[in-house]
Design a protein around this ligand. Structure first.
Ligand SMILES: Cc1cc2nc3c(=O)[nH]c(=O)nc-3n(C[C@H](O)[C@H](O)[C@H](O)COP(=O)(O)O)c2cc1C
Length: 348
């Protein structure tokens, strides 16, 4: 099956069915309430730096569409929202445009979003098919500022036509980091990234790790609607756990995504050590309703984040990164197994 057709299938399935499962772990994480606050809510500053750029708000539009005939319209709405809110925007997999060069038009949104930090996307299993000149073409045609490589072993294995040869993935990632001349981000698609994998990616030259953890959109569930295997729908590292594990000892920037659903989840992610957060499915659903719905949705997430900052007594992102956090339940069990003290988050 052609990538374009598969991407169109994924979009339809995600819009028509319940494809979310489990808990990303944010319910285990409590931001310590501050009844005195000491902050003027209207002056809470949500600006953040990520990959040496300044953004108004730590929420990225995660990779979703491109390549098929519905994608351009969706990408234009997403690009306009990214431009208006000054947040990063990640395109869906660009494999389709490398397979069929005509489909590049569905990814071309630079004219609508001249200032947006635009992120490209390719799968790790396809990297060996491309030459340096293909990457140059892809970067020039779409004007991307960074490239995201998705690591999706469980999705590929549950997909009928999946590519399951990951044997040279580290070597491929090292080559891309050396060749492309723009920052490279590694992301999962809903199963999370451990600190061990993040360390290898950091050594390979990756500048950011987007954990895309368990607890949001589940690709085994999506693939089960295409006659794939659903048995692995509860597999993976919950997002909150993955963010703590990856940010605890490593220097690489960390994106919290996978089941991020509110401004409170964004605040919790930042307090756990994330440098940015990302959201896919809820943004897609709003974009399908139109520009106005998506803009209102974004305003609401920003407002929720600001109230969470206000109620924890944090004026800005630097203070939020040090907010007191109580980590309970399964998230606590996971991180304590790796010797990370929950007291260090609660009593700082
Ligand atoms: C319709 C749809 C298409 C997606 N396509 C891609 C893709 O092309 N490349 C990729 O890396 N991730 C893709 N994803 C995964 C998301 O970027 C994200 O990692 C995942 O959905 C978890 O975030 P969520 O729980 O907020 O949806 C897609 C997600 C959705 C909903």
């Amino acid at each position: 099956m052609k990538t374009e057709t598969r991407k169109a299938d994924h979009l339809n399935i995600c819009l028509k069915n319940n494809v979310e499962i489990g808990s990303a772990g944010f319910s285990d994480v409590i931001l310590l309430h501050n009844a005195l606050s000491g902050v003027d809510l209207n002056k809470a500053e949500t600006e953040v730096r990520f990959l040496n750029k300044k953004f108004s708000f730590p929420l990225m539009i995660s990779s979703m569409t491109g390549g098929h005939n519905r994608s351009y319209k969706i990408n234009t709405v997403l690009a306009e929202a990214a431009e208006k809110f000054n947040i990063p925007f990640a395109l869906g997999s660009q494999r389709a445009m490398l397979e069929n060069r005509k489909s590049v038009s569905t990814y071309r949104i630079r004219h609508l979003a001249p200032d947006v930090f635009l992120i490209g996307n390719l799968g790790v299993t396809n990297l060996s098919e491309y030459k340096k000149s293909d990457f140059e073409w892809l970067i020039n045609e779409t004007g991307i500022d960074a490239l995201c490589i998705h690591l999706n072993p469980v999705q590929e294995a549950c997909q009928l036509e999946g590519n399951t040869d990951f044997s040279d993935s580290m070597e491929m990632i090292e080559n891309v980091c050396r060749d492309v001349g723009i920052p490279v981000i590694a992301k999962e698609v809903g199963n999370g990234i451990s600190q061990f994998v993040a360390k290898k990616l950091e050594d390979a030259g990756i500048e950011a790790v987007d954990v895309a953890g368990f607890g949001g959109t589940s690709w085994p569930l999506v693939e089960s609607y295409r006659k794939g295997l659903s048995s692995f729908s509860e597999w993976g590292i919950p997002t909150a756990v993955s963010v703590i594990l990856c940010s605890h000892e490593l220097d690489v920037s960390v994106v919290s995504s996978g089941g991020v659903r509110s401004g409170i989840d964004i605040a919790k992610s930042m307090a756990l050590g994330a440098d940015m957060t990302g959201m896919a499915l809820p943004i897609l659903k709003q974009a399908m309703k139109g520009r106005k719905s998506l803009f209102e949705f974004m305003e609401q997430k920003k407002k929720e984040l600001k109230i969470a900052m206000f109620a924890t007594g944090c004026k800005n992102m630097k203070e939020l990164a040090k907010a007191r956090v109580i980590i309970t339940g399964r998230t606590r069990e996971w991180i304590e197994l790796y010797g990370i003290s929950t007291e260090s988050y609660a009593k700082r």
